[in-house]
Design a protein around this ligand. Sequence first.
Ligand code: ZN
Length: 314
Amino acid sequence: MNETNPSIHPFVAQPAGELPIPVFYSPAMVADSESFSPSAGKPALVVKSWQFLGLPLQFRTPQPLSAEQFGVAHDPEFVADVFSRRRNNGFGNKSPAVAASLPLTSGAMLSAAREALKNRIGAIAPCSGFHHAGYDFAGGYCTFNGLMVTAAVLLAEGKAHKVGILDFDQHWGNGTQDIIDRLHLDNEVVHYSPGEYSRPAKAEAFLAAIPKILERFAGCDLVLYQAGADPHIDDPLGGWLTTEQLYRRDRAVFEELKRLGIPVAWNLAGGYQHDADGGIRPVLDIHDNTLVAFVEARGHAVIPASPFAEREAA
Ligand SMILES: [Zn+2]
């Protein structure tokens, strides 16, 4: 329990059992993007928030990606141009700090995926900024597509034969689909984003449909799950799910993947709300809930039994 701000972190984990929870994080993942999006700075804030939850997180250093590994999913010339800062990054600038963070953010995704394949449950990459990056373009706060780099590297190594990408960000993963199309990976990568819901009136139907939606991933060796925070109804770029519904979304995803026996590597994706102080507490609450849902789906109670209700009450 955090004495200084009890309203934010009311959870205390039960005795750990099969935990700890692998989180692939390095301070080098964090950069000032010089833009509207908090994505590049978010890993540090999320990790700090998670550390108050009382859960046995096991922080592990991501393996940075090489230019050759990026080149498995991207045009190698595009990769070279971004790193030499001849081309803009996904934030529309040539920030050296962003360039330096890129091998670690995508690296965290690949490291988490490798760990998930090994432990058969899951692992976490607390990073964002992947799905609008295509084969030879950056955009929408995304420079390289860590989802597709991860999938393509694991497929090339023979570590996976089929990879699912479940993208519950508010926005369509155009970059992900571009790489699938350009590399002809339709049989090896199953990509889904819930464009047909996306309205508050469809929220409960969406939540009820999650088990059915996830059936398409049957046969995948691994699912990469983007637990985006920008579908929140108050998000300036989003707008159809409440914080409580986002928690139920994540719980349903993790429960269903467990039932299907598919390990999951998950990350953060978008989320652009600010609180009155200019911080991103509403976004951090959503990411906290994703972590709680992940732990609960593994069969560990997080005190009290209904953590979300307790948080609301606090
Ligand atoms: Zn988004």
